[in-house]
Design a protein around this ligand. Structure first.
Ligand code: SF4
Ligand code: SF4
Ligand code: SF4
Ligand code: SF4
Length: 584
């Protein structure tokens, strides 16, 4: 009664949590575009997308990805053999145990009419699958705590998953072992199934079980004479053999039983088999209820992410489905750390201790952002720094074993933050490389808005940008001292500039405009000159500074060896520091 009620409670929690989780895939919003698509629209787009895929040639792609990446997990094999062994052991062992053992009444019995859990091959296979899972968990513990795989961070969720699986497996093996040696279990079976009543026969059967099955009897202890054992064997063959294979086949339970045999009577008297049975079953129910909240949920979501990404493409799939896929991807992340291991900007963490620099950790923060949760200014700032310290190198996307398109995720989060976060100075240039490449993904006003906001933030702290008319009548008396610029020795090379304009001539930003001065203000050679004169505000106030792509063309071509790009870069950093200190 108690167990039945527990099962229903676990199933109810599992079902409700599953509905909640799936609903988040249609509700969470990442990127500006997704805010304009309603949940019902996303749901129906997904149904339509799934049906159209299943009834098209893309089904072949799905089948291929299901076989190679979901079942055989080739993407993990490419990255790390030990991790692949761990995954295969846990996945294969877990699912085979689930289908053959936990759901035996529904699956195994339907396939094999004469199924008994105590005969072969089921007895052997149950232990084999259980041992596979234990090997997988042992490798997981070894990788995390002994090998200490770089950038594999352990969160509470990772530890809970390992503990829960370990409890289920170990309680199962100990349960099997204690049942093998428990005299009360033996007696119950004899009473229920043997039909024997003759004391001599009962003694012979018991002797045979003590010798061959490891039962610990309070009445009999070996060695036994040959005649008794032969009689016991005959009785066993006629009464028990149909339902009981030799215990050695359950090698894990049998090995454990041998170790605990000296305390077998005490174990039986303490009713340990019953206690272990409750622990095992309740741990399975807890696992079931906890599954949608736990890391183990990726068993389903990772497979879905791999399948969805294999048939979806930007520009071809509907924006509603892309929004849904991205929300699903947040659940699919296994927190394996492979992306962080390959990320190009991780060395920045040495200086800036922000965990959001690691792609694997950034994903967790983005999940909170996508859920619509109110994040503090500090949290937003951390996420913003994390997504901006990214070179768009695609390495994380290429190596992610669950196929998450991280690149798209970063871009959308950047855009979301640009629209509602702090003014972001890295995005100032309308020609900035990655954002410029993705310009068509964004509506024009959304593209311009962050640029305008960042420029306004600069202008609010820069008198000359506010009062442009004062640029021309500038007099030497207004000039701060050249040393006030406080640039590095390398950037100070502007002092040897002789104004040849080569830097301006080769600049791709300058050549992008018919009348560059009107749009950009001071051009590179003029900024060098302003810097030479110590006119900080004049340099800061020039749009050229903010539109510069840091392509280094000017610096490479300068006949005087002026580090033009470095000067621009340092001026820009000085201006941002100035603005952040004063305005934010
Ligand atoms: S795209 Fe960004 S987050 Fe991904 S590996 Fe490259 S630098 Fe790291
Ligand atoms: S994003 Fe992919 S590679 Fe990175 S931690 Fe998640 S599953 Fe692993
Ligand atoms: S190319 Fe060099 S020397 Fe010529 S204007 Fe530019 S910084 Fe000055
Ligand atoms: S680095 Fe030099 S050439 Fe390149 S965009 Fe900036 S100013 Fe122009």
């Amino acid at each position: 009664m108690f167990l039945t009620a527990s099962l229903y409670v676990a199933l109810a929690i599992f079902g409700l949590a599953l509905i909640y989780k799936v609903s988040t895939w249609f509700r969470f919003k990442i990127g500006i575009e997704s805010t304009q698509i309603s949940t019902p629209k996303r749901f129906f787009a997904a149904v339509k997308g799934i049906l159209s895929t299943l009834f098209s040639a893309r089904i072949l792609t799905l089948l291929k990805v299901f076989l190679l990446d979901v079942l055989l997990q080739f993407r993990i094999l490419k990255e790390d053999t030990l991790r692949w062994v761990m995954h295969i052991c846990i996945y294969a062992g877990f699912f085979l145990l689930l289908f053959m053992h936990a759901l035996d009444k529904y699956i195994t019995v339907a396939i094999w009419k004469n199924y008994y859990s105590t005969i072969n091959p089921f007895m052997f296979l149950r232990d084999l699958f259980g041992v596979l899972v234990i090997i997988g968990v042992a490798i997981a513990i070894y990788r995390r705590f002994i090998l200490k795989v770089p950038r594999l961070f352990s969160k509470a969720m990772d530890i809970y998953a390992i503990i829960l699986v370990a409890v289920i497996m170990l309680s199962g093996i100990f349960l099997e072992a204690t049942k093998m040696i428990a005299y009360s279990d033996y007696q119950r079976m004899v009473n229920e199934y043997s039909g024997l009543s003759d004391p001599q026969e009962l003694k012979a059967l018991e002797a045979y079980w003590v010798k061959e099955f490891g039962t610990v009897s309070p009445n009999l202890r070996g060695p036994f004479d040959e005649k008794t054992l032969a009689q016991g064997k005959d009785l066993h063959q006629s009464s028990c053999a149909e339902c009981h294979a030799r215990p050695q086949w359950a090698f894990a339970g049998y090995g454990t039983a041998k170790v605990i045999r000296p305390i077998g009577l005490g174990i039986d008297q303490a009713r340990l088999p019953s206690i272990l049975w409750y622990i095992h079953i309740l741990a399975c129910f807890v696992g079931l209820a906890y599954l949608p909240f736990s890391k183990m949920f990726h068993i389903f979501t990772s497979a879905l992410s791999l399948l969805a990404n294999s048939v979806m493409e930007k520009g071809k799939s509907s924006p509603a489905n892309i929004a849904t896929r991205q929300a699903l991807e947040l659940d699919a992340c296994t927190h394996c750390g492979t992306c962080s291991l390959r990320c190009s900007v991780i060395m920045a963490f040495e200086e800036i201790k922000n965990m959001n620099i690691f792609p694997s950790e950034k994903i967790a923060s983005i999940k909170a952002l996508a859920s619509g949760k109110e994040l503090s200014a500090g949290e937003l700032k951390h996420i913003q720094e994390g997504v901006y310290l990214c070179t768009n190198c695609y390495r994380c996307t290429v190596v992610c074993p669950v196929g998450i398109n991280l690149q798209d995720l970063w871009f959308n989060v950047r855009e979301t933050l640009l629209q509602k976060g702090y003014p972001e100075f890295f995005a100032l240039s309308p020609l900035s490389f990655y954002r410029g490449l993705m310009r068509e993904e964004t509506v024009q006003k959304d593209y311009e808005k962050p640029l305008i906001r960042a420029r306004e933030a600069i202008a609010s702290q820069c008198d000359l940008m506010k009062r442009k008319e004062k640029v021309l009548p500038l007099t030497p008396a207004d000039r701060p001292l050249q040393s006030g610029l406080n640039l590095s020795a390398q950037a100070k090379t502007f002092s040897v500039c002789f104004g040849c304009q080569t830097c301006t001539t080769v600049c791709p930003v300058v050549s992008n405009y018919e009348n560059p001065q009107e749009v950009l203000g001071l051009l590179p050679h003029q900024i060098m000159h302003a810097a030479g004169l110590g006119l900080r505000d004049l340099a800061f106030g020039s749009n050229m500074l903010w539109d510069c792509l840091t392509c280094y063309q000017c610096q490479e071509q300068c006949p005087q060896g002026v580090s033009v790009t470095d000067v621009l870069y340092e001026l820009k950093n000085l201006a941002i520091k100035h603005v952040r200190e004063k305005a934010l």
